[in-house]
Design a protein around this ligand. Structure first.
Ligand code: NDP
Ligand code: OXD
Length: 306
């Protein structure tokens, strides 16, 4: 049995060194350099190409090299294949701090003062008063973000597929309660997984239900957002601003209109980065669990797709 690493668009030197150190007796290969794909039972994947999944007759486990599993084309995988993902307390803390920072940056008008500084303009204004943050997705990350915001004095609402009960958070569930969830928000944070139900969810219809001073923070996936609808909403005063960490195409094209839009803040998919060290501990543990026929950790519900 061997372990195949198919992590694309990243430098995998440290990942492979750490994995080899954690699993010294295991044959670890990096796609596409694998002498016998029939020996592969465990794949570590990130943005793996579709053609990989049809070449692995003995595949048993696909481990995502991140919290999201949308880069694994699950419809190619036989039903018995288990999919797992990274759940890491540091990643969760990083996400909570990223969202708090972007809410506060807007509230305190930091972008505006940055522009004023470049122009030598002295023009103080009171901070934005809106205090109500709505979070789409109340999973590992959404709940941590909710708690961080509550701890910092914000009024927090959350929306998820199933009902939740979270202290000091007003919760809404399912499509029926989406409008109710949206209509009084000052900030909308997207922390949904990317599935066929959530693709394109951040569109004109959602923006038109939000107050027009609302700020969008998308830290989930670029494909949640209909990009032209965001530009339309910002240019027509349907939304005040957006902080975007994720994009349909990454890296973002150098001529993309988001770069120069005065009301968009861009970060390069760095809100919460996978730590090689903690990820490798989880990967090694899951690999050994497969070897010993033990239960794997952080498995995904394949019927739900997250
Ligand atoms: P989880 O799977 O733990 O949580 C997902 C949440 O979304 C759940 O509360 C779920 O509801 C809810 N949800 C799913 N589908 C729907 C739907 N159709 N309608 C309403 N709610 C829905 O995910 P995580 O919190 O761990 O991560 C969320 C996403 O964040 C990842 O999938 C990834 O894309 C992104 N991410 C981004 C990073 C970055 O650096 N920018 C870093 C890490 C992750 P329920 O609880 O009822 O099932
Ligand atoms: C993840 C990410 O899903 O970094 O872990 O986006």
């Amino acid at each position: 049995m061997s372990l195949l690493v198919c992590v694309t668009r990243k430098d995998n030197t440290k990942l492979l060194d750490t994995l080899n150190a954690q699993l010294p007796d295991v044959d670890i290969y990096e796609w596409p350099h694998c002498p016998d794909l029939a020996q592969v039972e465990f794949v570590l994947a990130w943005n793996a190409p579709d053609e990989l999944w049809t070449q692995l007759p003995n595949l048993k486990v696909v481990q995502s090299y991140g919290a999201g599993v949308d880069g694994i084309a699950m419809h190619f995988l036989p039903e018995h294949v288990t999919v797992t993902r990274i759940v890491d307390s540091q990643l969760t803390k990083d996400m909570a701090q990223y969202v708090l920072t972007h809410v506060l940056a807007h509230k305190l008008r930091l972008k505006q003062y940055f522009v004023q500084q470049q122009q030598g303009v002295w023009k103080p204004k009171r901070a934005h008063q809106g205090n109500h943050v709505g979070i789409m997705g109340l999973g590992e990350l959404g709940q941590a973000v909710a708690n961080q915001l509550v701890d910092n004095g914000f009024k927090v609402s959350g929306w998820s597929a199933s009902e939740k009960n979270i202290a000091n958070v007003a919760t809404y569930a399912s499509q029926e309660q989406l409008e109710l969830f949206l209509h009084k928000l000052d900030y909308l944070v997207c922390l949904l997984p990317l599935t066929k139900h959530t693709k394109g969810i951040l569109d004109k219809s959602v923006f038109s239900l939000l107050p027009n001073h609302c700020v969008l923070i998308n830290v989930a996936r670029g494909q949640h957002l209909v990009e032209e609808d965001l530009i339309w909403a910002l240019d027509n005063n349907e939304l005040a601003a957006a902080s975007l960490d994720v994009f349909t195409q990454e890296p973002l094209d150098s001529d993309h209109p988001f770069w120069l839009h005065p009301n968009i803040t861009i970060t390069p998919h760095c809100a919460a980065l996978t730590s090689v060290t903690t990820a490798c501990e989880q990967i090694a543990k899951n690999y050994l669990s497969l070897l010993n026929s033990d239960k794997l950790t952080n498995t995904v519900d394949r019927t739900k797709g997250y």
